[in-house]
Ligand binder design. Structure first.
Ligand code: C2E
Ligand code: CA
Ligand code: CA
Length: 664
């Protein structure tokens, strides 16, 4: 069976047909042959029986056979016999084959050695019956009959030959019907015996073929959309690139990435996501020519290759068409889905002569498109490669630092304006790369992108709390939180753990957040903020006055503090009174809302004077001290500083407060 399973389906079917033909043909000829044999036997035995019957009942049989006239009794017997039997005619021959008595139905005729019958002579000579099957030639004869010549033997000597004409019609019908029935039954049994394995074979072969086809398909296609998969695309792209030099012209690879696919998956479920991908696949197929290739690389990434184009502009025109057609809204369970996408294009052979290089170029172009704000088409340019290398290096440094706690935290002092007192520090993350320090504004967004900010942020929080717990008095520590840290839903746990492990009182911890946090999913964010506040920590609105600056957020949540962005102090000297007015207004607003106001980026004595008059609650900036490592802020140093400072507290409102260890 295992061998049979390997025979191809068509060969197997042919084999089956051949076997059936042999079976039918063989049965047919066997039945005919058997019928013929049985009929002959029937004829022979009937004739023989008849011969013995004659010999037994005709007392002068031997004499008649020797040529004498039959007696009157024998004649009467001849006249009467024959009707009952199947023998419709009989002839008695002498041993040499000459007929003596011929009986036809009721007529009995005596013949006088009329003619020689060769067959009768042959039967006599061989001492064995000879049978011939004949067809009736006249209407009064049966349609088919057997002619049997039976030698009558006495004491080993043939005394006569009885030729009996046996009507085989009825017998043949019975025999034939019986043989056919037996044959059909046998065939049925044989067919049944063969059918079981044959059906099993047939089904197994069919299943195997279907499985083979499926495996073949899956090896080359994406199961969801039916488009080429990566392996098949690379294979075909390789061939297309190899054909380029001889054929001339260009080839364009469009790397398509859906923006916000995760959002569709999250809101409409996986069915919705699958529907979106399938629809995109169908649209792509409808838009391409037969010689082009459409492939799904996986996830929400598709590739379309225009195998023959004359000029770059054709690729640009096609990519723009892709964007506009793929953006057409689609409907899933009455929900409208709009696919936003970004396309990176690479042109062969100039942007890559191998599939891998071309794909990478298109991917770089795509990445550049995404950074530029998504929803656009970007062509590959050589400088993108350098930018990517830089990003990859940076990513590696961040991953390594997150893995091995290689970040540092620096602390920048914050002062109370009215009392000129040091009230606390802002913790700022620091990272050293192979070529020197990497600014937080570079590594923080990248850490957010590669989803490491949770881990890094938690470490910074722990570190800041631990350090602050060693400071004297009730100096506070402010820690910046990235919006991404609120997404994982673990921020409360992280804060609680940091406080518990360090033993820092919650009221000494301030969490600084920016408006952008409240832009997303603000209800659940506000709930989280409320719970954090209930824990006793202070919540600070950072960088106030930049970005979206919607005052509405100030009403939505009772922040403990507002931090006016340092850009105000940057333009203080230039913009003068306008900045003063805005800053004063924000301070007044904070007072109104019961929120303290800190101004950051304070660098000059004039700024300090102004903020003193404007009654800002707190100040922070290079004027008071730059961010510095914890080692320069040990508890002893701070305690000494605070003591010295209290003793030398100036009476006028011009603070000259420079923290010990602050080098600037
Ligand atoms: P930020 O929260 O506004 O932090 C204050 C930034 O202003 C710091 O920059 C600080 O060095 C700088 N600065 C302080 N005083 C002055 C001044 O008088 N003049 C000028 N020109 N700058 C001053 P830094 O350390 O480069 O941090 C930049 C930003 O990176 C921070 O802005 C914050 O948004 C982010 N960041 C820093 N550390 C962390 C962190 O641990 N977690 C998160 N999520 N973000 C952080
Ligand atoms: Ca801050
Ligand atoms: Ca700030």
């Amino acid at each position: 069976m295992a061998y049979l399973a390997n025979i191809s389906f068509w060969r197997g079917t042919l084999l089956l047909i051949a076997a059936l033909s042999v079976l039918v043909g063989g049965t047919w000829s066997t039945v005919n042959h058997t019928t013929e044999n049985l009929v002959q036997n029937y004829v022979k035995s009937t004739a023989r029986e008849w011969a013995y019957f004659l010999a037994d009942n005709v007392s002068d049989f031997q004499q008649i056979a020797a040529g004498e006239q039959p007696s009157a009794a024998s004649m009467t017997f001849f006249q009467s016999a024959g009707r009952a039997r199947r023998v419709f005619r009989y002839i008695i021959f002498n041993p040499d084959g000459y007929s003596l008595v011929v009986s036809d139905d009721d007529k009995v005729a005596l013949v006088d050695l009329s003619e020689l019958n060769e067959t009768a002579a042959q039967a006599s000579k061989s001492k064995a019956p000879v049978v011939n099957i004949r067809n009736g030639t006249t209407p009064d004869m049966p349609a088919a009959y057997g002619e049997a010549y039976v030698p009558a033997i006495t004491n080993g000597k043939v005394v006569a030959v009885v030729g009996a004409f046996v009507d085989e019609g009825e017998a043949r019908a019975v025999i034939s019907s019986f043989t056919w029935r037996a044959a059909v039954a046998l065939c049925g049994l044989t067919a049944f015996a063969f059918a079981l394995p044959a059906i099993a074979w047939y089904r197994r072969t069919r299943e195997k073929q279907a499985a083979d086809r499926r495996i073949q398909f899956l090896a080359h296609h994406d199961p969801l959309t039916g488009l080429y998969n990566r392996a098949r695309m690379i294979e075909r792209l390789e061939a297309a690139l190899a054909a380029l030099p001889a054929r001339g012209g260009l080839l364009a690879l469009h790397f398509i990435d859906l923006d916000h696919f995760k959002h569709v998956n999250d809101t409409l479920g996986h069915d919705g996501g699958d529907f979106l991908l399938k629809t995109i696949g169908e649209r792509l197929r409808a838009m391409t020519r037969i010689e082009d290739m459409v492939c799904r690389l996986g996830g929400d990434e598709f590739v379309v290759v225009q195998t023959v184009i004359g000029h770059r502009s054709e690729a640009a025109e096609f990519a723009n068409r892709l964007i506009s057609i793929l953006r057409t809204p689609m409907y899933f369970k009455d929900q409208e889905i709009c696919a936003d996408l970004t396309i990176g294009v690479a042109i062969g052979p100039e942007d890559g002569m191998t599939p891998e290089r071309l794909l990478k170029s298109a991917d770089l172009a795509l990445y550049a498109g995404k950074t530029a704000g998504r929803g656009c088409v970007r062509f590959f340019a050589a400088e993108m490669d350098a930018a990517l290398q830089e990003r990859l290096t940076l990513e590696r440094v961040i991953r390594d630092a997150a893995e091995h706690d290689k970040f540092d935290v620096h602390y920048q002092p914050v002062y109370e304006t009215s009392s000129h007192q040091l009230v606390g520090f802002e913790a700022l993350a620091r990272l050293n790369g192979p070529d020197g320090p990497i600014p937080p504004l570079v590594f923080i967004p990248l850490a957010e992108e590669i989803r490491l900010i949770d881990k890094i942020g938690a470490w910074i929080l722990r570190e800041a709390c631990r350090t602050a717990a060693g400071w004297p008095r009730d100096l506070t520590v402010a820690v910046n939180l990235s919006p991404a840290q609120f997404e994982s839903g673990q921020i409360e746990e992280t804060v609680a753990t940091a406080l518990r492990d360090s033993g820092l009182a919650p009221n000494r911890l301030e969490l600084e957040l920016t408006e952008s946090l409240l832009l997303r999913n603000s209800e659940s964010t506000l709930a989280t903020l409320r719970r954090l506040k209930e824990m006793g920590v202070s919540i600070v609105m950072d960088d106030f006055g930049t970005g979206y600056s919607s005052l509405g957020y100030l009403w939505k949540f009772p922040f403990d503090k507002i931090k006016i962005d340092r850009s105000f102090m940057e333009s203080f000297e230039k913009a003068g009174r306008d900045v003063e007015t805005v800053v004063k207004t924000i301070i007044a607003l904070g007072r109104e809302l019961n929120m303290r106001v800190t101004v950051e980026g304070v660098e000059t004595p004039d700024q300090v004077d102004f903020l003193y008059d404007a009654e800002a609650d707190q100040m922070q900036g290079f004027y008071f001290g730059r961010p510095m490592p914890a080692t320069e802020l040990s508890g002893d140093v701070l305690a000494d500083f605070l003591k010295a400072h209290e003793a030398a507290m100036p009476s006028n409102h011009k603070p000259r407060l420079v923290v010990a260890g602050a080098k600037h």
